[in-house]
Design a protein around this ligand. Structure first.
Ligand code: COS
Length: 386
């Protein structure tokens, strides 16, 4: 299957490439050191429409499709992974619950705010006792008149510290759990009982924060159940559908960083002289470069194929999405390791971006579903005959 790039997307990619080269690459180290993205950069992201890439045009987004979104993420992830993460929740896990299962009123009310970047949307599923075992969440929601009362604690919530709207998953029937007892709620930061906890200290991904979100008798209006009354108890499936799409875009982000690491390694192999010759003339280095390029080629074909399939079908591509996330993130981590090796001592130094990519990429094998969960999903689909 060939992927076709419409002219509008080609133009968008050209603009993003220029933005990455001129504005993002030069400040990538500054962002790492200061652990924050400058406001003017966030404003340019808004102006370019990047917060609404995946949100349908009728709700103020660009609606460029999953393939287009993946291509944009590849470009942004060449500079510093946190740039993609900043817009990633609005386009992905922080908005897709509404896009996929929301009511018309919810779409009309929330999506334009998320698409413009005026509001930041986040996804609150993970809890201290429920990571891979997402069905084991303990946060509860009890119906009290016209409100649901939420109580519980979420952690590792990307963009949680700047969230305006959270898609929160809570147990509404303790015996049913994933089979009809989990409900998805749209919780605004101004709702009474919504608290932002401490920012977590991480190995990498500086410039992108994760934190706890706490719900203490948090009052959520009844109409804020994603999909309305008929969707009470069906939130686990909403979460799974949102994650399916996220797994493709995660693959794209890892791929973009891997591509940059290959380019940095090629530059270094050409100019670094040892034993009287550029190290690129040594077979040991050439083999690593060849392996890097080959794996990137395989990952990119796989990603574009699965993303095109999803755009054409308009529905989830469960097995393929997990395959893309598994392959591209594992591959990018191998490439980061080879890039450090090619750069030798310089690859271990903070003055060089390779070290940062190495740390940042480590997370891609964990978040939005670990590599082990991807294998589990793939195997289950295979055994179902899909
Ligand atoms: N799309 C739609 N529905 C899905 C689905 C999908 N991709 N995956 C599962 N479901 C449905 C199942 O069909 C089942 O519905 P029925 O009761 O009608 O049969 C229901 O959801 C429960 O599914 P299942 O029995 O498979 O649930 P498990 O508890 O076994 O969990 C995994 C499944 C492990 C796949 C799930 O917990 C998971 O994805 N975990 C990782 C979570 C994650 O990625 N966290 C990252 C942090 S959030 S950014």
């Amino acid at each position: 299957m060939e992927h076709e790039i419409p002219e509008s997307l080609a133009l968008m990619l050209e603009t993003v490439r220029r933005f990455v080269k001129q504005d993002l690459e030069p400040i990538s180290k500054q962002v790492e050191d200061e652990d924050r993205i400058p406001d003017n950069i966030v404003q340019t992201m808004r102006d370019l429409g990047l917060f609404g890439l995946s949100i349908p045009e009728q709700y103020g987004g660009l609606g460029i499709g999953v393939l287009g979104e993946c291509m944009v993420y590849e470009e942004l992830s060449r500079a510093n992974a946190c740039f993609r993460t900043r817009i990633g929740t609005n386009n992905g896990i922080g908005s897709q619950g509404i896009v996929i299962d929301g009511t018309e009123e919810q779409k009309g009310h929330y999506l334009p705010r998320l698409a413009s970047g005026e509001w930041i949307g986040v996804f609150a599923l993970t809890e201290p006792e429920a990571g891979s075992d997402a069905a084991n969440i303990q946060t509860t929601a009890e119906k009290r008149g016209d409100f649901w009362m939420l109580n519980g604690r979420k952690h590792f919530i990307t963009n949680g510290d700047i969230a305006d709207l959270a898609t929160v998953f809570a147990v509404t029937n303790k015996t049913e759990k994933a089979k009809g007892g989990i409900t998805a709620f749209l919780v605004e930061k101004t709702f009474p009982g919504f608290y932002v906890g401490a920012i977590e200290r991480k190995m990498g991904m500086r410039g992108s924060h994760t934190c706890e979100l706490l719900f203490d008798d948090c009052q959520v209006p009844a109409e804020n159940v994603i999909g309305g009354l008929s969707m009470v108890g069906k939130g686990f499936k909403t979460a799974m559908k949102v994650l399916d799409k996220g797994r493709l875009t995660m693959g794209a982000s890892a791929l973009g960083s891997a591509q940059r690491l290959l380019e940095l390694s090629l530059d270094y192999a050409r100019q670094r002289v040892q034993f009287g010759r550029p190290i690129g003339e040594f077979q040991a280095i050439q083999f690593m470069l060849a392996d890097m390029a080959t794996q990137i080629y395989a990952g990119r074909r796989m990603l574009y194929h699965a993303a095109t399939l999803r755009d054409r079908k308009g529905t989830a591509v469960v097995k393929e999405a997990s395959m893309v996330k598994l392959f591209c993130t594992e591959m990018a981590n191998r490439i980061a390791d080879m890039a450090v090796q090619i750069h030798g001592g310089m690859g271990y130094m903070k003055d060089f971006p390779v070290e940062r990519f190495y740390r940042d990429l480590r997370l891609t094998r964990i978040y939005e579903g670990t590599s082990e969960i991807q294998r589990l999903v793939i195997a289950r689909e295979l055994l179902k005959g899909k």
